[in-house]
Design a protein around this ligand. Structure first.
Ligand SMILES: CC(C)(COP(=O)([O-])OP(=O)([O-])OC[C@H]1O[C@@H](n2cnc3c(N)ncnc32)[C@H](O)[C@@H]1OP(=O)([O-])[O-])[C@@H](O)C(=O)NCCC(=O)NCCSC(=O)C[C@@](C)(O)CC(=O)[O-]
Length: 362
């Protein structure tokens, strides 16, 4: 751990203002930080994949997705071993019409034991909706970029943090866990480059507010391992421990898996991802979806890092949602594995057809 902190300070030496937060410092965070057990190569021995497909993946779809499809998708994911599946958002339906059915989806989805189903809540109205629906975990989402904050939630970063503090305090009073996001942590579709210190300050503010985990998001997928390291280094130096951090990478430039490896090398062991690489950003033309869950699983398997997910069931969910949306699967690993699965099923059917009739009947 001391090495990690030294690494963070070394990285941040060149980042002006890192850790010197200009944003409000609020109450201390709650909960027990995860302890990080590592492999001999320094990578975490297990990684939690926080599935965001039903929320981040579907919020940006042009055609209306029926609640039936969302519920069936979440139910498939629920059997796959995820500990957290971000189900939907209690945001203004005028801003995000696609998730206007949040209450219905939460009411109808199966709640598997041991699985959290967080929902996004941008304000007290969203929190009230989430609480009324029985949600036990919510997420607030600030931005490292002023321009994006105004475009996404119609207020400045500072005002958003005041609003989120109210949500965090009220949620915790109800015993509801709150996760925090920092959007545009390495780049913004409107303002361009984002200083690591700006992302670190917002991450630290959410951490000190009481978010049990802060997910640093490369919203438009422009990051590289180098810019991720600078941003995470600044965030660690600003006082957010690696055990409280997650990363949320979009894959626009094909860097997401490499960026996640860079984050794991810095001790991050929670990774947001979307089955089939669903998603996109309404404010950035050409920005692609989240890193695909299956691509992350394939990488983790290669390192021998446990993720606790059932490949067969993840592929079922991936196949289902790609068919329901009528588009090719956005995960390269899923495409390859689904093709192999189809080949194996075909070969089994052929073998069965060649069996003598009596054996087939048995
Ligand atoms: C924050 C607001 C509400 C401000 O929007 P506003 O227009 O400033 O809000 P307002 O308080 O003036 O209210 C306007 C109307 O919305 C209603 N309203 C107000 N709040 C709610 C609510 N919670 N639920 C339902 N309705 C709501 C409110 O009642 C009112 O209705 P009217 O009186 O006109 O009929 C709006 O901008 C909003 O909903 N934004 C959400 C945008 C969003 O969800 N974006 C995508 C999130 S993804 C992201 O940020 C990045 C992330 C997390 O994925 C990480 C990454 O990939 O980088």
């Amino acid at each position: 751990m001391r090495n990690l902190q030294r690494f963070a300070s070394a990285l941040c030496g060149s980042v002006p203002g890192a850790g010197g937060s200009a944003l409000p410092r609020l109450a201390a965070p709650v909960g027990v930080a995860r302890s990080l057990s590592t492999l001999p190569n320094g990578l975490p021995s297990s990684v939690t994949i926080y599935e965001v497909g039903p929320r981040d993946g579907l919020q940006n779809e042009k055609k209306v997705i029926p609640a039936d499809v969302k519920v069936a998708f979440i139910d498939l994911l629920s059997g796959a071993g995820f500990k957290a599946i971000e189900a939907t958002s209690f945001v203004s339906p005028k801003w995000v019409p696609q998730l206007g059915d949040a209450a219905e989806v939460v009411a109808r989805m199966r709640k598997a034991p041991g699985v959290e189903y967080p929902v996004l809540t941008p304000n007290m109205k969203g929190l009230a909706g989430a609480l009324a629906a029985g949600c036990r975990e919510v997420a607030v989402f600030a931005a490292a970029s002023e321009a994006f904050s105004r475009k996404n939630i119609n207020c400045s970063v500072r005002d958003s943090l005041k609003r989120f503090e109210e949500v965090v305090v009220a949620a915790r009073k109800e015993g509801v866990k709150v996760r925090g996001y920092v959007s545009c942590a390495v780049g913004c579709p409107i303002q361009g480059a984002v200083e690591p210190a700006a992302a670190a300050d917002v991450g630290a503010a959410l951490h000190h507010m009481g978010c049990y985990e802060v997910s640093m998001a490369d919203t438009i997928g422009v990051g590289t391992p180098a810019s991720m390291e600078r941003m995470l280094g600044a965030t660690l130096a600003a006082g957010v421990p690696a055990a409280r951090l997650a990363v949320h990478c979009h894959d626009t430039y094909g860097m997401a898996v490499a960026n996640i490896i860079a984050a794991m090398r810095m001790g991050v062991a929670v990774v947001d991802a979307s089955v089939a690489g669903l998603g996109g950003c309404p404010y950035a033309r050409g920005a692609t979806g989240n890193v695909a869950t299956e691509d992350v699983m394939y990488m983790l398997d290669g390192y021998g890092i446990s993720h606790g997910l059932d490949w067969g069931r993840v592929l079922d969910a991936s196949e289902y949602i790609s068919a329901a949306l009528g588009r090719p699967n956005g995960s390269r690993a899923a495409k390859a594995l689904l093709a192999r699965r189809a080949d194996a099923a075909e070969a089994a059917a052929e073998a069965k057809a060649k069996e003598p009739k009596a054996a087939q009947a048995a």
